[in-house]
Write a protein of this length. Structure first.
Length: 548
């Protein structure tokens, strides 16, 4: 609008003022140009929003799939804060900042080219003498700045991961921390991590100020060069052209500074893309060796629940073998007790069944199907487990019992009644729709375990694994649960890991493990009849401890 006002003033001075019709024509043209500009800006914003959403969705989906598909060994060696950092701050950069920065980089460079063209035109090409040394100087400064800024940005991202770890550990164990009155140690550790992260952040700001000072000096040199041309041109270049060039030289300084800062910011923000891309490309995945097509696996598998292991050997990562050549055969619907001292390999045997850790050697068959060739999602969906540490989700009670909504409310209530949790759930304000707190904190440890057992009852799998399932339950409730399991899972193959030997004494057979080897495997009566047997010694110690 200011441009048209200047044109009108010049026309008035020359005595050729525009008529009202001519003024209206130019105003209409200006209005149309403005409307087109608004339309193109809106279109660009929509394209950027769509690009941003699509890019972040692709990265997040890939990151989530690769992380969820990682083996347990990955989570054993990777701090939780490092994983949370990828999903929080790094994804936030891609969601909110990256596409906007890319747009600003293109805008700033186009503005720089326009300003350089205006200055060069107003000085009739004289300014081009300075353009080569100017570009060399700017390139040297921005190259040095970009390298430093990118490394500092990477250090800032790395130093943020321990903060998430310290904070998540403090939140997870806040009750234990308060019980031991050890909160100050965690506060000090978190403050130390925050200070380390702040050092990188402050350093990044100082580096930005270092850049600003040097770019201001170069901008002042450009203005000085234009002013020098003005003083020495001696009429070769009109004064109004030089004034225009001097005006654009001030803008060029701002544009160049902004362009360098944006390009450096873009490179630093690409560090978030690099970190996420590393997870997407480099995380090892759980795999299936020569997997069977799903159509070749009967929908009723496993129909009998027969488990046969031959020379089973397993190790964790690169450590020693924790299972050493175990061979065994478990018949259909057989109830097996698995006992042994701590570290004997009881839980490792269950890990092998679920392929949480792959076997180092040997074969494990379920109904004559090698589980190495069964796709993991099929294998794990066909097995049932009640873990030693009860797992509950931050959702409703009903979701925790039936997460895939495969059963009606009557079946859910029946499962709760079988584990004697019906009265407690009925007393809740929202009953089955009651929200479960983080980690199931609004339920006791025993109640959480009973809900997990109810979840297994609902699924009614052909093979059920009880990994110290009643460790958090009193003896009376334990006996009731054991009777319920034997009644409901009468036709299922049940493997029970137990330290309470009386809970597995009525099993069909007992598997006794010792240092990763199968020491004994027979009926309980036969094992107790062997006075020198390992199970007999374990039973005697168990009996004496209970009698005391």
């Amino acid at each position: 609008m200011g441009y048209w006002c200047k044109v009108s003033v010049i026309a008035d001075l020359e005595g050729n003022s525009f008529s009202s019709e001519r003024n209206l024509k130019y105003l209409n043209t200006f209005a149309w140009i403005s409307m087109i500009g608004v339309f193109t800006i809106t279109l660009r914003s929509l394209c950027l929003a769509n690009h941003r959403l699509g890019t972040s969705s692709i990265f997040h989906e890939g990151l989530l799939q690769r992380t969820m598909g990682a083996p347990i060994s990955f989570f054993d060696v990777t701090p939780l804060g490092r994983i949370l950092n990828r999903f929080s701050s790094d994804m936030s950069v891609i969601d909110e900042e990256l596409s906007q920065t890319i747009s600003q980089v293109f805008n700033s460079f186009s503005q720089c080219l326009g300003a350089i063209g205006a200055v060069a035109g107003s000085t009739k090409g004289t300014f081009l003498i300075l353009i080569i040394p100017l570009l060399i100087a700017y390139n040297s400064i921005q190259a040095f700045f970009r390298k430093t800024n990118t490394v500092i940005a990477r250090l800032e991202s790395i130093s943020r991961s321990p903060i998430y770890s310290e904070f998540s550990q403090a939140l997870t164990g806040v009750n234990s921390i308060r019980a031991y009155k050890d909160g100050q140690r965690f506060i000090d550790a978190l403050e130390k991590r925050l200070n380390q992260n702040s050092i990188a952040g402050v350093t990044q700001q100082l580096v930005g100020q270092w850049l600003a000072i040097r770019l201001d000096i170069l901008g002042a040199l450009i203005s000085f060069f234009i002013a020098l041309i003005t003083a020495t041109s001696k009429g070769f270049i009109p004064a109004e052209f030089l004034a225009l060039g001097l005006s654009y030289s001030f803008q060029l300084t701002t544009f160049l500074k902004f362009a360098v800062r944006m390009s450096a910011s873009l490179e630093a923000q690409m560090n978030a893309v690099e970190r996420i891309q590393f997870y997407i490309n480099e995380i090892e995945q759980e795999n299936t060796t020569d997997p069977l097509p799903e159509k070749d696996i009967p929908s009723t598998w496993p129909e009998h629940g027969v488990i046969k292991g031959t020379n089973l050997s397993l190790r964790y990562r690169e450590g020693p073998l924790v299972l050493k050549g175990i061979s065994m055969e478990i018949n259909s619907s057989e109830k097996i007790g698995v006992v042994g001292r701590t570290g004997s390999g009881k839980s490792s045997l269950m890990n092998a069944l679920y392929r949480i850790h792959e076997l180092a050697d040997g074969t494990l068959l379920i109904d004559n199907f090698d589980i190495k060739r069964i796709p993991l999602h099929i294998l794990r969906s066909k097995l049932g487990i009640v873990p030693q540490d009860p797992v509950m989700f931050s959702a409703t009670v009903r979701f925790n019992l039936d997460p895939f909504n495969q059963h009606n409310d009557t079946e859910v209530w029946n499962a709760l009644e079988m584990v004697e949790m019906k009265d407690h759930v009925t007393s809740l304000p929202n009953k089955l729709l009651e929200e479960v707190a983080e980690g199931g904190e609004n339920f006791s440890a025993g109640q959480r375990q009973l809900i997990c057992i109810g979840r297994a009852l609902l699924r009614n799998p052909r093979i059920l694994i009880l990994d110290e399932a009643t460790a958090s339950i009193d003896n009376e409730t334990d006996s009731m649960i054991q009777l319920t399991i034997r009644k409901v899972f009468k036709n299922c193959t049940v493997l029970t890991i137990a330290h309470r030997l009386h809970t597995i004494i009525d099993s069909d057979r007992v598997m006794v493990l010792d240092s990763g080897e199968l020491a004994e495997f027979d009926k309980p009566d036969n094992l107790l009849a062997n006075a020198n047997g390992l199970f007999k010694s374990l039973w005697d110690k168990h009996s004496s401890s209970h009698s005391n």
